[in-house]
Design a protein. Structure first.
Length: 412
């Protein structure tokens, strides 16, 4: 078995190395337990291999019990300043600061050190408020965001091959079945627990984020209603809805909740990287629409941990997997609207564009997915992604591919 630091996520170390010693703060952002801390540890090993002295690498984990609740930016500054003074001043000093959102006004400390010391700064966080307007005011033009997601299917296979010897010779179908049912949290992928045990582990992550990171931080008084909104989102994964939809649903149940409260709940779930909002894009009008968006989870296992695994709900899960894969590859992703037709995803990256339809199976007597794509009059790649191997091929320039192949192909 390989050492934990030899984790197969080399693209992140490559990304960090690309910005090494540049006057810019590197920010790794993503849901809790998606691997940010391990990436920092791996990067530390890389720095040591490049000749950086260990004394010039300063690590801090701010979610640790070593830091009290009243540990603030001033205490953070004093601690790091003292550590910097003990390092070799003739060399660059590297600050690896994990879960910085736990420290109030951390950006003031980081900005001050950035301006006054010979440091190269790397931070991680599990809350997108790392990039709020207030923080951006302090760090304007001084940071680069590196999103961290849970494991891709390709990474999941490497983890299983490395840490579970009994799966060395598994087929791609077997790997995909495991991925579909267990998701991509690295800690889960490294173990050989049962499906239910995996969901219990993920439930712990979910509870930490929802109970501590959201409920306590925002002083939510009506936890029952908050949990009901969360459940609504999980049950309607990949469906068009809005805060107004949720408001009307609860009204029909004779339950009262302010629509502004629903907006806040959804925003807080987004901030904590539990969900991602996917807006609709009018292909003809060439504009982003502000209604009836969809929401996808940062990992499909978050749904299973609360509602269990259901083969009947696989279609929305497939959408979620494709959405995350497109985001991992640096695409901005939208739902496509073409007159009264819908394209599951339009993905754009600089001057690139990809159209994707997802369906569990593609019945011979149903051409909806293909017909919708045929209405688009440009030459960008078009895909139908399915679990039906028997229909894969090419029709009128539209590629019909199995989802496991789509997820691991080098280019899309």
């Amino acid at each position: 078995m390989k050492d934990e630091l030899e984790v197969f996520r080399p693209q992140f170390v490559k990304n960090l190395k690309a910005y090494k010693d540049e006057s810019i703060i590197k920010i790794l952002c993503g849901v809790r337990r998606c691997g940010k801390s391990t990436i920092l540890k791996t990067y530390k090993s890389e720095l040591l291999s490049l000749g950086v002295k260990e004394s010039n690498i300063i690590e801090r984990l701010y979610s640790s019990m070593d830091y009290s609740n009243d540990f603030d930016s001033n205490a953070m500054y004093q601690d790091l300043s003292s550590a910097i003074k003990r390092a070799d001043q003739n060399q660059k000093i590297y600050l690896l600061l994990d879960e910085v959102q736990e420290v109030d006004s951390w950006e003031k400390c980081v900005n001050s050190l950035f301006e006054s010391s010979n440091v190269d700064i790397y931070v991680t966080g599990s809350n997108s408020k790392l990039l709020s307007s207030e923080i951006s005011t302090y760090l304007t033009g001084r940071f680069v965001l590196i999103p961290v997601y849970t494991l891709s299917f390709a990474e999941f296979i490497e983890f299983k091959k490395t840490y579970i010897p009994s799966l060395q010779d598994a087929s791609s179908d077997e790997y995909f079945d495991l991925y579909l049912k267990s998701g991509g949290f690295p800690f889960v992928a490294k173990t050989n627990h049962s499906q239910e045990e995996n969901y219990q582990i993920v439930d712990g992550i979910f509870s930490t984020v929802v109970t501590r990171d959201i409920s306590k931080r925002h002083n939510i008084s009506n936890l029952e209603m908050f949990n009901r909104v969360v459940r609504f989102v999980l049950e309607n994964l990949g469906k068009n809805f809005s805060a107004k939809t949720i408001f009307d649903f609860f009204k029909s149940q004779q339950r009262s909740i302010a629509i502004e409260t629903i907006y806040n709940y959804l925003a807080w779930l987004e901030e904590a990287f539990i969900i991602y909002r996917c807006n609709r894009y009018d292909i003809q009008g060439k504009e982003v629409l502000k209604t009836q968006e969809k929401y996808y989870l940062s990992d499909i296992s978050l749904k299973y941990s609360q509602l269990g695994y259901s083969p009947k709900a696989v279609s929305s899960v497939l959408e979620n997997l494709v959405y995350l894969e497109l985001r991992r590859r640096g695409y901005s992703v939208f739902i496509g609207k073409l007159a009264d037709k819908e394209i599951d995803f339009i993905a754009t990256r600089q001057d690139e564009k990809v159209y994707v339809q997802i369906c569990r199976t593609l019945p011979e007597d149903s051409d909806r997915e293909l017909d919708n794509l045929k209405l688009i009059r440009d030459n960008y790649p078009k895909y139908v992604v399915t679990m039906d191997s028997s229909v894969c091929g090419n029709e009128d320039g539209i590629k019909i591919v199995h989802i496991k192949d789509f997820l691991i192909q080098e280019t899309i």
